[in-house]
Design a protein around this ligand. Structure first.
Ligand code: GAL
Length: 816
């Protein structure tokens, strides 16, 4: 390993900067030395095993044509008999084959060609032209194979991928099946930056200056060594060069070897990366041979400093900041697990609107696009590796592959993700079985080994999501963790320092409260934990398996939303929390089972519609002025109804029923909502929040009449004509006066004309067994969702919704 540390002398800095800028710009425009091609299009797919499909000549003419990313499970039919069980989403798994025929230009001869898979669920085998390239069991890991020596340059080539998700259950949540993340074809010269071959850190950051350390791994494939030079530029967000990293000379290398070269340099007056202003620089690393560019590689750079403090919690750029996070699984609701950048971005936008600033990638490495978005949008990511180690959680899960693969998978995760400024914490596992035993200390050994792997590659803090908070817990007792992570146990947060003097804390997972959007079927003022207080209905299932949308039902190990937040809010040493979960997800309908097939834990439902408690967080976690009252106002005459309000930036809220005041309420102490208990009479409920006697906000809920018409609202009416971009269309069932009809469940049919298709439909109902890939959906509590995907031609798309007895609606979306 060769290390060269180079720092520019100030005197020649400006001069060299100018020279290099000119030279670089011209050369880079002409050729960057590397192509990274989207390899998602034009695949063939067959569901089921096929003998000999690995052979280049295998017939695939009659296979289905599709573009990746693809999840075949989401296309299936819900059944309690699917081996994944309702815990896994009640959708089918199985074996699937993918094949792609492609040509490689003769001009690429002499180059290195690789295929990069961002993630395949799971147990993938890959062949090129009949040569087996490898097997990867882990469904969440990104991996690369080199194709060079098997390719027909100037001719036809075939990639075949077998995906085996037939052994089930292998997951505690919905996994999806297939090549569900993006695939890339990467072509480089024979001297090139290696896979995940840069590592950028910011060892010293102040307002005036930031030290940037860069490590570059260069792969040299030539038989005879060719000297090369590495040059480094830092570009700001406007693509202006703000620093030059100097030129690093190479040292002799053997054929097929990788050299590691180090460099460090300074950025003056850096624009710091923060939640409010996630400013991104780029580090552009270039390799030159005889002054010709042979490779160019761009690494994101966010300049920020942070620390966790035992007393002050989390500190970003010198200022304390509470991490207000959510845990989320990787599925995108009705789209399944097939990754889509816009769908992810929409999720993050909805979370930002609630005040969320942290994401825990529970319980596995995420799609790279999630981290790109978190870099750009300002989220603090806890990047998690595993849901189990050697001890299983389900019969066929990763424990079967632990011994052979954990080291490689963890290394690959860190190497892939460590340049993302949004990543602040590594988690080596969630609720790991090995934590509990007080006699078998395997958990300590593994925890130390995993932390050692992470530390050999990066110095960000390491945690684990422990649900055994005792000092005797193997993972905590291992001493391997920088941050002691608790899942749940909010009652124990305040005594943390008694248990762990001087240690740093993070609430890795909290809450697990249940709500069904739009359902208010239980009294609101007593907190219930299943199964203790509500045993039977949870085990046998409510008639409609819905849970009160009041924040009053939670897992026995968890809390209501308000309970945990009240504790975290007032204690500065509690660096942050991650709510279980931001969004409802497919699978784990706990404490229900079939006919439920998705979770109830989300602050936001599966379709992306906020539940009421979303506004509690919004009132606490954002500066936005909030007044949210619920429930709806359609009840049987004389029924006692609790009306809740979440509000902020006001001293009080007054509620009026049919014009008469029913009282002024104020939050006192640590209250997070106010409540009125009313006898229902139809009409109008009006809430007015006031500050110093002045009206801040007014909210009105009317008793809705019969369903009369459909309203459509597209989140975006202009989308890209790239075959990927999406418009999310909210369908509302309204009465003739325009009120949403709260219990409307009308069947709505969709028609689409123009260059787009319906990617999926949903309504957030956790017991619906209607397919997501359809052109119809029943409303659920007055709402439904249709997701429209543009094709690759520009044009005008007309989307129409009809329903028997209702006035139809149309929305127009442009693709360009
Ligand atoms: C946690 C676990 C999560 C989820 C949650 C449901 O203990 O880490 O994956 O199962 O419980 O409450």
């Amino acid at each position: 390993m060769l290390n060269v540390n180079y720092s520019f002398a100030n005197t020649c800095r400006v001069f060299v900067l100018l020279l290099l800028c000119l030279g670089f710009t011209r050369a880079a425009d002409a050729q960057t030395g590397r192509t990274v091609a989207d390899f998602d299009k034009g695949w063939k797919f067959h569901l089921g095993d096929v003998k000999g499909a690995d052979k280049a000549s295998a017939p695939d003419k009659n296979w289905r044509n599709l573009n990746l990313p693809h999840d075949w499970s989401i296309e299936g039919t819900f059944s309690k008999d699917n081996p994944a069980s309702p815990e896994g989403g009640a959708l089918p798994g199985g074996i699937g084959w993918y094949r792609k025929t492609f040509t490689v230009p003769l001009a690429s001869k002499g180059k290195q060609v690789y295929i990069d898979f961002d993630g395949v669920y799971q147990h993938s085998d890959v062949w090129v032209n009949g040569h087996h390239l490898g097997f990867r069991p882990n469904g969440y890991i990104s991996f690369r194979y080199e194709l060079t020596k098997y390719l027909n340059f100037g001719g036809v080539n075939v990639i075949a991928v077998k995906v085996n998700n037939s052994e089930q259950p292998n997951s505690r949540w919905y996994s999806g099946s297939g090549i569900y993340r993006n695939v890339w074809l990467v072509t480089t010269n024979q001297i090139a930056i290696d896979h995940w071959g840069t590592y950028v850190t910011t060892p010293a950051v102040s307002a005036n200056s930031a030290t940037i350390a860069l490590q570059v791994k260069v792969k040299h494939n030539l038989a005879n060594f060719k000297p090369y030079t590495i040059q480094v530029r830092v570009l700001d967000a406007a693509n202006k060069v703000v620093a030059i990293g100097g030129s690093i000379p190479s040292y002799p290398q053997l054929a097929d070897s990788v050299a590691t070269l180090n460099n460090s340099f300074k950025v003056k007056n850096p624009h710091l990366w923060s939640i409010e202003s996630p400013y991104l620089y780029k580090v552009v690393t270039t390799i030159l041979v005889d002054k010709v560019i042979v490779d160019t590689y761009t690494t994101p750079l966010g300049i920020r400093s942070f620390e966790f403090d035992a007393d002050k919690g989390f500190i970003l750029n010198g200022k304390p900041l509470k991490i207000l996070g959510v845990c989320d699984h990787h599925d995108l609701g009705s789209l399944g697990s097939a990754i889509n950048t816009r769908a992810l971005e929409r999720q993050l936008q909805i979370l930002k609107g609630m005040g969320v600033n942290g994401i825990r990638t529970s319980h596995n490495p995420p799609a790279p696009e999630l981290l790109d978005l978190c870099d750009k949008m300002g989220f603090i990511v806890m990047d998690e590796a595993f849901d189990m180690w050697k001890m299983k959680k389900t019969k066929y899960d990763y424990h079967l592959f632990w011994d052979e693969w954990h080291k490689r998978d963890l290394q690959d995760q860190i190497l892939r993700d460590r340049n993302h400024p949004s990543v602040f914490i590594w988690s080596i596992g969630n609720e790991i079985g090995e934590q509990y035993s007080r006699t078998d200390t395997t958990g300590r050994v593994i925890a130390r080994e995993l932390a050692g792997i992470v530390r050999s590659l990066d110095n960000r803090p390491i945690t684990a999501a422990n649900n055994d908070p005792e000092p005797g817990s193997n993972i905590i007792a291992s001493g391997a963790l920088d941050l002691i992570g608790y899942n749940y146990h909010h009652q124990d947060y305040d005594s943390f320092h008694k248990r762990y003097p001087g240690k740093k804390f993070i609430s890795t997972e909290s809450t697990s409260a249940l709500e069904t959007r739009g359902s208010y079927d239980m009294p609101s003022d007593s907190i219930r934990r299943w199964p203790i207080a509500w045993d039977k209905p949870f085990t046998t299932g409510n008639p409609d398996n819905s849970v009160s949308a009041y924040d009053n039902v939670s897992a026995p190990w968890g809390s209501t939303h308000e309970e945990t937040w009240k504790v975290v809010k007032k204690n500065p040493m509690l660096s942050g929390m991650f709510i279980w979960t931001g969004f409802d997800y497919l699978g784990e309908p706990t404490p229900y089972s079939w006919p439920s097939r998705s979770s109830y834990f989300g602050v936001i439902d599966l379709a992306g519609f906020p539940k009421d408690v979303y506004y509690m967080y919004q009132s606490e976690w954002t500066n936005k002025t909030v007044l949210h009252i619920f429930p709806h106002w359609n009840w049987e005459a004389g029924k006692t109804v609790d009306v809740w309000a979440y509000y902020n930036n006001a001293d009080e809220v007054e509620l009026y029923l049919n014009g008469k005041s029913v009282g002024i309420k104020k939050k006192t102490g640590d209250d997070l909502h106010v409540m009125w208990r009313l006898k229902y009479e139809p009409g109008t409920l009006k809430a007015v929040s006031r500050k110093n006697g002045k009206v801040v906000l007014t909210k009105v809920i009317n008793t809705a009449g019969a369903p009369a018409k459909i309203e459509l609202t597209a989140d975006r009416s202009n989308i890209k004509a790239d075959g990927k971009d999406l418009s999310f269309i909210t369908v509302r069932i309204l009465d003739k006066a325009g009120n949403v009809v709260p219990n409307a469940d009308n069947l709505v049919k969709f028609k689409i004309a123009g260059p787009a298709s319906i990617a999926s439909v949903d309504n957030g109902d956790p017991v619906s067994h209607d397919p997501f890939k359809a052109d119809y959906r029943k409303a659920f509590h007055g709402l439904a969702l249709a997701i429209v995907q543009g094709k690759e031609t520009a044009g005008s798309v007309t989307f129409t919704a009809t329903s028997e007895g209702l006035a139809p609606a149309t929305v127009v979306i442009k693709t360009k």
